[in-house]
Design a protein around this ligand. Structure first.
Ligand code: HEC
Ligand code: HEC
Length: 395
């Protein structure tokens, strides 16, 4: 009896939702590209990360122009059958659900999220896109107005990165966030043994990890941030809320609710969809032959196709950058987490400060622990080079 009653409710819930879906899809397609951009005020200032001071910040009321979206989302697709109790939440998040790419598409949620995690994902996405007035935030440390996360993490869709860098002393690139929630699941016992400080296997690749104390008594190996100094996703988000929105985001402080919402969004972002490799197998072999995979490891536990080992490497003096949070620590300035190459197909500029305008320049700039790999790349004949570049462009 109970069971029958329940399934009747679910059936009618699905009916209501699919009616909503039809209406909302109509509204969404009618409004594509029509929304006026909302400008967020920015005072000029000088800073290392993110946007150059001269670039005006604009965030569109929808997410992106349709052309920038990459694969077209197939209308609103909810991850699983809904419970009646979730209907109210779905209704209040409907605009966000319609705007968001489908599960497992770029910018969409992981397809296997639970219903409550998907709702938290859409709610977090709304916070990620919105002007942070909910927070009482006072603005970034250098006096700029609070900046919505999606202003910077925007390409090719909300949650991505942004090409802003063009050289050694300019601002740094904004890294895409697709799939990075998965790094949180990797246990210290896996990351800890990865460095080879004495280079026992003679490949020149050593690597390092640093630990961070996240509570009074919890110590965890860093994995977030370009230098992998931040222990977990929540702390990375907390730092960003503080940095760009000026919220006192201490644990238990004003920004806590915001940190939880935003973390649920980033944690649920699906990795970039994997394209077929069949036509680029030659280039994949060259990639392995040059030992690029010594750092850009194709799979990191369940993160298939990430092309990163998740730890830090010293890429030599040319890429050392003693600015920002390591300005007073020359030794730290040479370490970079191996950049995940998934999603490379959407990037236009490369390396932490965007100094490389193409893949050739990016590989040429590798030094330090990557010297042997770069030497192998330099020795390639033109055909092998071309196939490596085609392979990279398919990631
Ligand atoms: C002005 C541009 C800008 C804004 C606004 C911004 N970010 Fe970032 N974000 C960056 C840059 C640049 C980095 C790389 C920082 C580093 O490690 O050097 C980054 C890094 C991150 C990372 C770590 C990524 C990784 O691979 O480890 C997360 C998570 C993140 N941002 C989330 C957010 C959230 C959430 C917001 C909104 C509160 C936000 N960001 C707002 C520019 C921005
Ligand atoms: C010793 C480790 C290591 C090896 C070996 C290595 N890389 Fe990298 N790679 C890195 C690190 C670390 C970065 C980030 C450097 C930075 O941003 O300043 C990077 C960045 C990149 C980027 C730029 C990605 C982006 O989005 O900015 C590309 C492309 C790349 N590597 C390709 C290769 C190829 C191809 C090879 C083999 C010829 C290779 N790498 C070998 C560690 C390595």
């Amino acid at each position: 009896m109970r069971a029958r009653h329940r399934s009747a409710v679910v059936a009618s819930a699905i009916l209501v939702v699919s009616t909503l879906a039809i209406t909302a899809a109509g509204v969404a397609s009618a409004s594509t590209g029509g929304a006026a951009p909302v400008a967020a005020g920015v005072a000029p200032g000088s800073f290392v990360d993110g946007l150059p001071p001269s670039v005006p910040i604009e965030v569109s009321a929808t997410t992106e122009a349709a052309a920038d979206r990459g694969p077209a989302p197939v209308g609103p697709v909810l991850p699983r059958a809904l419970e009646a109790t979730h209907l109210a939440a779905v209704a209040s998040l409907w605009d966000e659900i319609v705007d968001c790419p489908a599960p497992d598409q770029v910018g969409g949620p992981l397809a296997d999220l639970s219903i409550s995690d998907s709702l938290a994902f859409y709610d977090g996405r709304r916070a990620f896109r919105g002007q942070p007035t909910w927070s009482g935030g006072t603005g970034a440390a250098d006096g700029r107005a609070p900046t919505p996360c999606a202003v910077c993490h925007s390409g090719p869709v909300v949650g991505g990165g942004r090409d802003v860098g063009a050289g050694p002393a300019g601002p740094n690139q904004v890294p895409p966030l697709f799939g990075i929630g998965g790094l949180d699941r990797i246990a210290d016992k896996y990351l800890g043994p990865l460095p080879d400080p004495d280079d026992r296997n003679n490949d020149g690749i050593r690597g390092s990890v640093v630990g961070e104390v996240i509570d009074d008594d919890t110590h965890r190996i860093g994995r977030y941030g370009r230098r992998a100094r931040i222990a977990n996703l929540r702390e990375a988000v907390r730092g960003e809320v503080q940095r760009w929105q000026g919220i006192a985001a201490d644990r238990g402080g004003l920004g806590d609710a915001a940190v939880e919402r935003l973390t649920a969004f980033v944690a649920g972002l699906a990795p970039p969809p994997v394209l077929s490799r069949d036509s680029v197998r030659d280039g994949e072999l060259v990639f392995h032959r040059c030992s690029c995979a010594g750092c850009h490891q194709p799979t990191l536990l369940d993160l298939t196709e990430i092309f990163s080992d998740g730890i830090r490497h010293d890429l030599g003096a040319g890429l050392t950058d003693a600015r920002g949070d390591v300005a007073d620590d020359a030794d730290e300035a040479r370490w970079w987490r191996t950049t995940a190459l998934w999603g490379l197909r959407w990037r236009q500029r490369f390396l932490h400060d965007g100094r490389a305008a193409d893949l050739v320049a990016a590989i040429d700039a590798h030094g330090g622990e990557a010297s042997q790999a770069r030497a192998a790349w330099k020795r390639l004949d033109p055909a092998a080079r071309a196939s490596l570049l085609t392979f990279l462009g398919s990631l």
